[in-house]
Ligand binder design. Structure first.
Ligand code: MN
Length: 232
């Protein structure tokens, strides 16, 4: 038997100490900062956590020029703390969750906001709005023994140097242990899984040529340039 075409090559993220981190799956937490939930028109005090997923291949390294996606006129940035899982587990207790973490990175959950809102308001899936090609830029993954477990510290996003998002990780409604515990109730988490933990207030649109940088205290920055639409 022969393989008909080359199997998909796994996405390899980079760690701060020179290793490759094979990305398995991407989970994204929605509306996890109160001020952002309000800017999305929702009441953060009345919501259970929720998540959606993206393909691993949406993960691209810092420094990438992200092509402006098709079928949108409202492409948004979302700065996020990303948790990289290092150890498998199902129904992980929050008290044990940090033992399953490999490390942390800065990331972006780039979004076709117009399609996400249309889907949300019609009760349809979010895939076209969220599971967008090149939509999960990721900075270097810093091992937890290097940077510790992040409970607080600045998370900031700039567009062309202007500050657009400026918050603290201690504002997360569901913190890292809570998020791991929650997602692992539904899926057995595996090494290589990434959890994008949600974005603070201040999301907005980008245009071709914009340079977007996410900074989180203690971690490497994640920077992208917004490109022109892909034509092939
Ligand atoms: Mn997000």
């Amino acid at each position: 038997m022969t393989t008909l075409f080359p199997p998909q090559v796994p996405t390899l993220a980079a760690t701060s100490d020179g290793h490759e981190f094979p990305v398995r799956r991407v989970f994204c937490i929605g509306r996890n900062y109160a001020a952002h939930a309000r800017e999305m028109g929702r009441d953060p005090d009345r919501e259970a956590p929720f998540f959606f997923t993206k393909w691993a291949e949406t993960v691209v390294p810092s420094g990438t020029t992200v092509a402006y996606p098709s079928e949108t006129t409202n492409f948004h940035y979302e700065a996020e703390l990303v948790v990289a899982m290092g150890k498998a587990g199902r129904s992980i207790a929050a008290t044990d969750a940090l033992n399953h973490v490999y490390g942390y990175a800065t990331g972006l959950d780039m979004t076709r906001r117009d399609l996400q809102f249309e889907a949300r308001d019609k009760g349809r899936p979010w895939d076209a709005g969220k599971n967008v090609e090149q939509s999960s830029p990721l900075g270097l993954i810093h091992p937890a023994p290097e940077v510790g477990h992040l409970e607080s510290g600045s998370i900031k996003l700039t567009v062309n140097g202007a500050v657009k998002q400026d918050a603290d990780l201690n504002e997360l409604i569901w913190d890292v242990p809570d998020v791991i515990a929650y997602v692992s109730r539904f899926y057995r988490l595996e090494p290589g899984d990434l959890i994008y933990t949600g974005t603070p207030a201040g999301v907005g649109a980008v245009v071709a040529g914009d340079v977007v940088t996410v900074s989180i205290a203690g971690l490497s920055d994640c920077t992208i340039t917004v490109g022109v639409p892909a034509n092939a």
